[in-house]
Design a protein around this ligand. Structure first.
Ligand code: BGC
Length: 352
């Protein structure tokens, strides 16, 4: 199999080299089309790379690791000169990345770190820990935790354990809130505070919803009739926030009394929920900025220049030179400026 791969690869390289005017090809591996942001990421990457004259092989893997591995193999066989990889499981790609390395193809980890491998050259992302800090700090300010006595009740919902970002989002938020938990101003009634316990495999809304259903019936059964109420749901992103919101609404909460829910991504349903008062805030990570930064990296690499970096991430095997873009706080008061005036969405996208 390996031999066959090598022969086909050699043939592909000869063919590519033979066509003097062939555009340089960039392979872009995305995790799934089922969550809104990756469709935007993929579309932006493709548009920007093509506008710069590159040929793009864009693939979505339906959240299936084996599919992503074979897509990356095909990109290598198809003559990609750089790979941009937004992984499903950041720790599961070492073997296929070794094939890329053996063939001299540089790899950029996109948004999610590629872990446990030395076969990654660069990483472009947002300040992931910073995303969690924005969420946590919002709770500190909104409940005036410096001065208020509380106690306020809070439950955490984290992201997918195979996504390196998820732990960083959770730590950023938890580290910011821990002093107030320690001081008794915030109370996690369920006691569920470990990342492993609050994590949501594959970031699925349905999974987050089912877990919140259980938490509500076990710890807040009388929340709407004078019993222990729930004040805050710290959710790491919008897909989990959506599940938690659905759970709270089915329980009987309305925009008037729903707990303060955090999110990330400014997905369309969540932005609508911010407008209607069901979700308190989100964190905007402009996928155009990330695509633009990644584009610059691709261009530098292909031109033989060293790309600009401003951070490093430890992937367990090496320090990966990285570029952190800046996440931005979003809520009902600034979404127009951030999302509509900037052309990210149209008014119609956010209409009921
Ligand atoms: C991304 C988030 C996204 C999540 C689920 C993370 O890796 O950084 O923006 O919400 O994956 O798709």
């Amino acid at each position: 199999m390996k031999k066959l791969l090598a022969t086909v690869l050699a043939l592909a390289l000869v063919l590519t080299a033979g066509s003097a005017f062939a555009a340089q090809k960039v392979g872009v591996a995305m995790p799934t089309q089922s969550l809104q942001r990756w469709n935007q990421d993929g579309a932006n990457m493709k548009a920007q790379l093509e506008a710069a004259g590159y040929e793009v092989d864009l693939q979505y893997a339906n959240n299936d690791v084996a599919t992503q591995v074979s897509q990356i193999e095909n990109m290598i066989l198809g003559g990609a000169e750089v790979l941009v990889v937004a992984s499903i499981d950041g720790g599961a790609l070492d073997t296929v990345l070794q094939t890329a390395k053996d063939n001299g193809i540089p790899v950029i980890a996109y948004d999610r770190l590629l872990t446990g491998t030395k076969n990654v050259d660069y990483y472009t992302t947002f300040d992931n820990y910073g995303v969690g800090v924005i969420q946590g700090q919002y709770i500190v300010d909104r409940f005036d935790l410096e001065n208020a006595e509380g106690p306020f009740t809070i439950e955490f919902t984290g992201g997918s354990p195979d996504d390196n970002n998820a732990g960083l989002f959770f730590s950023g938020a938890y580290d910011t809130l821990k002093p107030y938990i320690d001081a008794g101003k915030l109370v996690v009634t369920s006691g569920q505070v470990d990342f492993e316990t609050v994590a949501t495999p594959a970031w699925k809304s349905e999974t987050a919803q089912a877990r919140m259903d259980n938490i509500l019936s076990a710890y807040y059964p009388d929340a709407l009739t004078g019993g222990t109420t729930l004040d805050i749901c710290l959710c790491s992103n919008d897909s989990t926030a959506l599940g938690v919101t659905n759970s709270l609404v089915s329980f009987g909460f309305t925009a008037e009394n729903i707990p303060v829910i955090t999110g990330q991504d400014c997905d369309i349903p969540n932005t609508k929920n911010m407008i209607s008062g069901l979700q308190a805030m989100s964190v905007f990570k402009d996928t155009r900025t990330l695509a633009d930064q990644t584009m610059k990296m691709v261009a530098d690499i292909l031109a033989g220049n060293t790309p600009e970096t401003n951070a490093t991430y430890d992937n367990g095997v090496m320090e990966v030179p990285s570029y952190n873009c800046t996440p931005v706080f979003a809520d009902a008061s600034n979404y127009k400026e951030l999302l509509i005036d900037s052309g990210y969405y149209t008014e119609a996208d956010l209409a009921e």
